[in-house]
Design a protein around this ligand. Structure first.
Ligand code: FAD
Ligand code: DLZ
Ligand code: SF4
Length: 521
């Protein structure tokens, strides 16, 4: 245990969680370094509630240690409990109770955690502590939970696009008076370019491993050998300064093409023109409003086109805030949703990448290596396949929560359960994001390196996505058949030759039996 200043006689104990690494987090912002004490704790409970990717644990621990050092340098008394503290209780609640034994305090204060699970633990802890525990609203987000609930109240459909327009007005981002900059709210129609042959992307900024990170890497290698993913090479930034440098690098090298190639997927280009900043935003090393202002300024200075700036800002003030709103509005029940009644296990190759399907192999091996995949890879390859294959949405959720460096339940769960698996029955999206091989072929260069033939609709070499797509729709006609957005698709299915439809269902059945049986596909 490290203790960087004299014990204050009274004052507050401020618990700073691993995803609250910002001096602007409410509990810290309100604190007084002369009287209050900060508690940060690396605990097994948080590191193992899913089998997090090794890079994710290393990133969080190293960023926590650097932040604790910055707080100490700024004059705070910091009580930092490392993972290998022999007296550690292994839980955040246990560490708060233990810290109060060491340092009597008037009260405990915490910025509200991002996950329901942790909030419930802290609420339960409240009743066991000798002093009050205050939870402060996390105002690093741009839409307070109460405002989202107000926006959502009485709406039959909670469409992101409507929410996003309100957020543009609320923040003033990309607004010219009352009108959206350029005259349109959304430039997505310009953002669907397929990959260009030989496209080469700048890649994210990479950072050297310092002594603090080295110690963390050794710790993670020793304590989490059975967790998923490659620990090294480790190249994430772990401080606010490095996160800002990484974002600057994106604005200068990737942003201009971010919009156009947002949906493209290219073999050996895992990052393409994406920002690779969600892991920084989600732990508090970057501020959402600041990054949006910077992107707007780049557009106003003529450095990047409007479709790129608008596309990026929509992800942050639109999708990011919207999924958080949905999470808090619907938890704890949301995690149990399974609208399509899917029960199959997650195929084992999600943990190894060993499959003949080139698109899945590329997205999964990249994920295991980098703890990163971009949105379309998550949604239209791994997510799409799991839904078409009837995998239990909870198993899919556990995988996404484990494998990405940016994964926290408040953002991961609605994206997985709602957007990618349609397990919420259409709260988040008006129809399932289901697609056959044609979509993947149009948006990527994966199919040219695949043992399957994307043009084959049935038969031993047919792309599995092709048969699974139609089989999925046929299987779920009761649940999906009346969805107006799927009307034309079902009409196409109905017009197909009966023999062909039978062949599709038969091939899909054989494939699914092999997939979910002992043999891998
Ligand atoms: P960019 O493509 O460069 O986008 C910029 C930023 O916009 C991101 O950093 C992120 O903060 C925000 N953003 C973009 N799309 C979304 C979205 N749909 N929801 C919320 N924020 C968004 N994002 C996470 O931060 N954590 C997760 O655990 C997570 N799980 C996902 C699971 C599934 C099944 C899907 C389909 C998406 C998930 N996303 C998640 C959203 C998105 O895929 C990631 O935010 C993005 O890929 C992160 O990479 P980037 O920083 O390069 O993003
Ligand atoms: C993700 C994570 C990990 C791996 N470890 C810790 C930890 O040891 N201590 C901690 O305070 N936070 C950790 N985190 C982040 C928490 O899981 C996060 O604070 C909760 O998910 C609440 O949002
Ligand atoms: Fe994926 Fe099908 Fe293309 Fe192979 S042919 S890469 S399985 S979409």
């Amino acid at each position: 245990m490290t203790d960087s200043a004299e014990t204050p006689a009274t004052g507050r104990l401020i618990l700073v969680l691993g995803d609250q690494l910002s001096p602007a987090a409410a509990a810290l912002r309100d604190g007084d370094p002369a009287r209050d004490r900060v508690l940060m704790a690396e605990v097994m409970g948080e590191a193992t509630y899913v089998r997090h990717h090794k890079k994710k644990i290393a990133f969080v621990f190293s960023a926590m240690r650097h932040f604790a050092a910055e707080l100490a340098a700024a004059g705070w008394a910091v009580d930092y409990v490392p993972l290998d503290d022999p007296d550690s209780t292994g839980t955040l609640a246990g560490e708060v109770a233990r810290a109060l034994d060491r340092h009597p305090c008037d009260r405990v204060v915490v910025t509200e955690p991002g996950e329901w699970r942790v909030l419930a633990d802290l609420a339960a802890l409240r009743n066991r502590l000798p002093v009050p525990l205050d939870l402060w609203e996390d105002d690093r987000f741009l839409c307070p939970r109460a405002d989202f609930a107000h926006w959502a109240a009485g709406r039959r459909q909670m469409r992101m696009e409507h929410f996003y327009q309100d957020m543009r007005r609320r923040t003033g981002l990309l607004m010219d008076g009352a009108a959206p900059a350029g005259g349109r709210w959304n430039y997505d129609s310009e953002n669907r370019k397929p990959p260009r042959a030989g496209v080469s992307a700048p890649g994210p900024a990479r950072f050297p491993v310092d002594a603090t990170t080295r110690a963390v890497l050794d710790l993670v290698a020793a304590r989490f050998p059975d967790h998923v993913g490659d620990l090294e090479p480790f190249r994430f930034g772990v401080t606010r300064a490095q996160a800002e440098e990484a974002f600057d690098h994106f604005v200068e090298t990737g942003l201009a093409r971010f919009g156009a190639y947002q949906d493209a997927m290219v073999r050996d280009e895992p990052f393409l023109f994406h920002a690779v900043i969600a892991q920084y935003l989600n732990v508090g090393l970057l501020d959402p409003m600041a990054v949006c202002r910077r992107v707007e300024a780049a557009w106003r200075a003529g450095a990047v086109p409007l479709n790129a700036a608008e596309g990026f800002i929509r992800q942050i003030i639109g999708w990011r805030e919207y999924v958080r709103g949905i999470y808090w509005l619907t938890m704890p029940g949301y995690i149990e949703r399974n609208h399509l009644g899917h029960t199959a296990p997650l195929p084992a190759f999600y943990w190894t990448g060993e499959t003949d399907m080139a698109c899945l192999r590329a997205c999964i091996t990249q994920t295991l290596r980098e703890a990163y995949a971009h949105h379309i890879q998550r949604l239209m390859v791994t997510g799409n396949f799991a839904m078409l294959a009837g995998v239990d949405p909870k198993a899919v959720h556990d995988w996404y929560l484990a494998v990405y460096a940016d994964a926290y339940e408040w953002v991961e769960l609605p994206n997985t359960l709602g957007m990618s698996q349609f397990a919420d029955g259409g709260l988040l999206g008006s129809k399932p994001y289901a697609a056959g091989g044609n979509y993947i072929n149009r948006m990527s260069d994966y199919c040219s390196g695949c043992r399957y033939k994307v043009k084959d609709k049935t038969g031993p070499d047919a792309c599995p996505f092709n048969v699974l797509y139609w089989d999925f729709l046929a299987r779920h006609r009761d649940a999906l058949g009346r969805n107006p957005r799927l009307g034309p698709v079902y009409r196409t299915w109905d017009r197909m030759d009966e023999d062909h439809r039978q062949a599709v269902r038969r091939d899909a059945g054989v494939f699914l039996e092999r997939l979910h049986g002992p043999k891998r596909c």
